[in-house]
Design a protein around this ligand. Structure first.
Ligand code: RNT
Ligand code: ZN
Length: 416
């Protein structure tokens, strides 16, 4: 797109929004500071760098589009390519299975900071910060139950793993002068009707209490629930109720994965409730379709509602925005950028909403007027403001990133 056109269209959009008392420059400045936590696992279909090659734990990446990252250098190159198509500065979200194990067999209860020093150095050199995840899946000891396993040996193995991950996260945060957010999601569940729900849940609670005994200053913990996993359809130990209770009681961050709720639940509606009882929220922005919780994020109603709820609550400083989708059926870099930009666009839509006016109308019971203004807001020239965000950041505006992704495919990913 041509810069002159973007500037001219922006000027008209700026004036139109000003009529609604919205300062588009201020919205762009705010968006500039919103960091996304970019999930490294979209580059390689959640494979990681242990020798195991099959994904377990109730999650699945479908498709075999060529060009998947095969080693750490390729993951890093892909991540930098993605960042080059996004305005703002972002975080990289790593899973434990993405450590630098150098072909050594390092079991999950043996992992340490040395396996992530390369990532820290790389992040520092590229002006990035890191988030982290313990990994309960794709391991011979994963089974159906990890931290909630009645078998003490297996449970202790996963407790040790998770404790080590917290120490690694803290060191990442320390070295990068940051707070590294460590997410805990375990796949624990059962395929069939379960009679020992209380047992598994009380074991999970005890395991978490043990894991969180150590206090750290450069990392924060968040916990992620789920409705069901593939092959674990009847029961999930770490349900939404379980972690909401745990996080509220223990002052931990709740992770809301938008793919982990019943189809008619509105995740945006949860923001205000969670923030009244828990310190912060971590999001895994995704798109559920049928059984899959991880389709590529788009600017659909549920993503918009979520992002607009964050801006309505004025809670951008208490909500961390991570992405979590994996699509192996289309160009992975393209998929990555589509989802990341859709999330940024949805936040921008929130920042451009005439909230003050809408709130005034609602509080004075002028409900027809509120509905009408909400509808009109949808037809405002938001795309012109978005293009200005891209121009100011010197990243492709409009659909220009498609050609960029194609070029990278021709020159890099197609040769893998
Ligand atoms: C799985 C969870 C979890 C994973 C990642 C790989 O359903 O959403 O966050 O996607 O940890
Ligand atoms: Zn998730």
């Amino acid at each position: 797109m041509n810069a002159k056109q973007i500037e001219q269209s922006y000027e008209i959009a700026r004036q139109r929004y000003a009529e609604l008392d919205i300062d588009t420059d201020k919205a762009l400045d705010t968006l500039q500071k919103v960091q996304l936590s970019l999930h490294c696992w979209q580059t390689d279909d959640v494979t990681g760098f242990e020798s195991t090659d099959s994904l377990s734990g109730g999650i699945q990446a479908t498709g075999n589009y060529p060009g998947k990252a095969r080693n750490i250098d390729e993951v890093r190159a892909d991540l930098l390519k993605v960042c080059s198509m996004l305005g703002g500065s972002h975080r990289i979200n790593l899973h434990e299975i993405y450590g630098e194990f150098d072909n050594e067999k390092i079991d999950r209860d043996e992992v340490s900071i040395k396996h992530f020093q390369g990532w820290i150095d790389w992040a520092k050199a590229n002006g990035l910060t890191l988030d982290f995840n313990s990994t309960s899946f794709s391991h011979p000891k994963s089974g159906d139950l990890s931290l909630s396993n009645p078998d003490k040996g297996i449970r202790d193995f996963w407790i040790e793993h998770t404790k080590r991950c917290r120490a690694i996260a803290d060191e990442m945060g320390r070295q990068l002068d940051d707070q590294c957010i460590m997410n805990l999601w375990v796949h624990d569940g059962q395929k069939e009707m379960t009679v020992n729900r209380m047992l598994y849940r009380s074991i999970l609670k005890d395991s978490l209490d043990e894991i969180y005994k150590t206090e750290y200053h450069h990392m924060k913990d968040c916990l992620e629930s789920k409705v069901f996993g593939i092959g674990l359809e009847a029961f999930t130990v770490g349900s939404n109720d379980f972690y909401l209770g745990y996080c509220a009681k223990n002052n931990k961050i709740v992770t809301l994965d938008t793919g982990h709720f019943h189809p008619t639940e509105v995740v945006g509606d949860k923001v205000a409730s969670v923030l009244l009882f828990c310190p912060e929220i971590m999001l895994h922005v995704s798109r559920p379709i049928r059984w899959d919780s991880d389709h590529v994020t788009i600017m659909d109603d549920s993503t918009l509602e979520l992002c607009m709820e964050i801006t309505r609550c004025n809670a951008l400083d208490r909500v961390h925005i991570g992405l979590d989708y994996f699509d192996a059926s289309i160009n992975r870099i393209g998929a990555y950028v589509v989802g990341a930009r859709a999330t940024q666009k949805s936040i921008l839509r929130g920042l451009l909403e005439p909230v003050a006016k809408l709130s005034e109308l609602e509080l004075s019971n002028r409900n027809f007027q509120k509905l009408a203004l909400m509808e009109e807001a949808k037809a405002m020239p938001f795309g012109d403001v978005w293009n200005m965000f891209c121009l100011r950041n010197n990243v492709p505006a409009g659909a220009d990133f498609i050609a960029e992704v194609e070029k990278y495919e021709t020159e890099v990913t197609s040769k893998r």
